[in-house]
Ligand binder design. Structure first.
Ligand SMILES: [Mn+2]
Length: 356
């Protein structure tokens, strides 16, 4: 079952005793790490290394964000795509997995993780995961960002009275994860708990404007050109309540952009007043005429609580994917032109059923 079987103090005690005995800990997060993944893994590694120098290293794989070096400075790091998995001699002896518990999301690390569940812990905030991956699980699906539980983990590791006492090197990546997973404090997941932690992290020395510029003002021209193509593909259905954008591989080529450059585009149609739910359909890199593949991203908007909007997790599941109530995705083995009417129909049905 995908739920906590221990608490953060116990995971902290286990990691600390492992490091104290000379063990090494790989901190692993999901493929294509985002702000929450890099922020939480960097913070946990720095907290452990603060007490036990050299004990923790971060593993990353999948396309990496352009700001990774700016955030993850000074942390021992392994990039699995280029460096591969470690040899037995240099292999860490334990694993802390953050911001995912999903085997597909851990793709490149799976051959290493598969035999190591006994010496692995997961701290996550997603609704679904593979409980067999780790013997220690802490899952808080009410957390807007995994940095909420990871901040508490860091506080325990460093034996501090509050998050406000964290070293700035730990506080800043936590703030980053918290900010990026809540759309810089604007999603429906923002709560007093989120803002209290943000305030404590600022007290610890995190500088919001510096972090915003570091992450959000690093665009390169191909991504902006791709955005122009995505926006011009916008179609509205159901009296403007459903927004659909699509990007083909030809769009990526014309913009000189890569697949990862489309990240965050799904948020743009949400700025239209009438839109309740949006979809971005992207022709996947590996797509061919014979075996088409389409990546589906879904976002829903609610006036108040996320449960008042369209549950896009349910719709993503119909296409073999999943996620959260307000943000989900899937990968369909079919073309954009085939997926689009099916997605629009599924979204229209949800809107009608909910009287939105
Ligand atoms: Mn997250």
């Amino acid at each position: 079952m995908w739920h906590s079987n221990t608490d953060l103090a116990s995971i902290s005690a286990w990691l600390s005793s492992h490091a104290r005995e000379g063990g090494k800990i790989a901190i692993i997060t999901h493929t294509k790490p985002d702000g929450d993944a890099v922020g939480s893994s960097t913070a946990a590694a720095r907290a452990l290394n603060f007490v036990h120098p050299g004990a923790a290293e971060c593993w990353y794989f999948g396309s990496l964000p352009p700001w990774l070096d700016l955030v993850n400075t000074g942390v021992p790091r392994r990039i699995l795509d280029t460096q591969g998995l470690p040899s037995d001699a240099e292999s860490p002896t334990a694993a802390l997995i953050v911001d995912t518990g999903s085997s597909p999301q851990l793709d490149r690390a799976m051959p290493w993780l598969q035999s190591r569940a006994v010496r692995a812990a997961i701290v996550d905030h997603h609704a679904h995961g593979d409980a067999n991956l780790a013997s220690r699980l802490f899952v808080d699906t009410s957390a807007a960002s995994v940095c909420l539980p990871v901040a508490e983990l860091c506080r325990c590791i460093l034996a501090l009275p509050s998050a406000a006492a964290l070293p700035v090197e730990v506080a800043e990546p936590l703030y980053l994860g918290l900010a990026t997973d809540t759309g810089w404090f604007k999603y429906s997941s923002v709560s007093s708990r989120v803002l209290r932690l943000a305030a404590e992290l600022i007290d610890a020395g995190a500088r919001p404007n510096k972090l915003y510029e570091m992450i959000e003002q690093q665009e390169k021209p191909p991504r902006i050109r791709l955005l122009a193509r995505a926006l011009s593909s916008l179609e509205l259905f159901e009296h403007g309540k459903v927004a659909v954008m699509s990007l083909t591989r030809a769009d990526f080529a014309a913009a000189g952009a890569e697949q990862s450059d489309a990240g965050g585009f799904i948020d743009y149609p949400q700025t239209i007043a009438s839109v309740r739910v949006g979809a971005l359909l992207v022709e996947a890199d590996e797509s061919t005429a014979e075996t088409p593949k389409t990546k589906i991203s879904l976002r829903s908007k609610s006036a108040g609580r996320p449960e008042d909007g369209v549950n896009v997790n349910v719709i993503a599941q119909q296409f073999g994917g999943g996620g959260h109530i307000a943000a989900a995705g899937a990968r369909a083995a079919t073309s954009i032109s085939d997926v689009k009417p099916r997605i629009v129909k599924a979204l229209a049905e949800q809107i009608a059923a909910r009287g939105l």
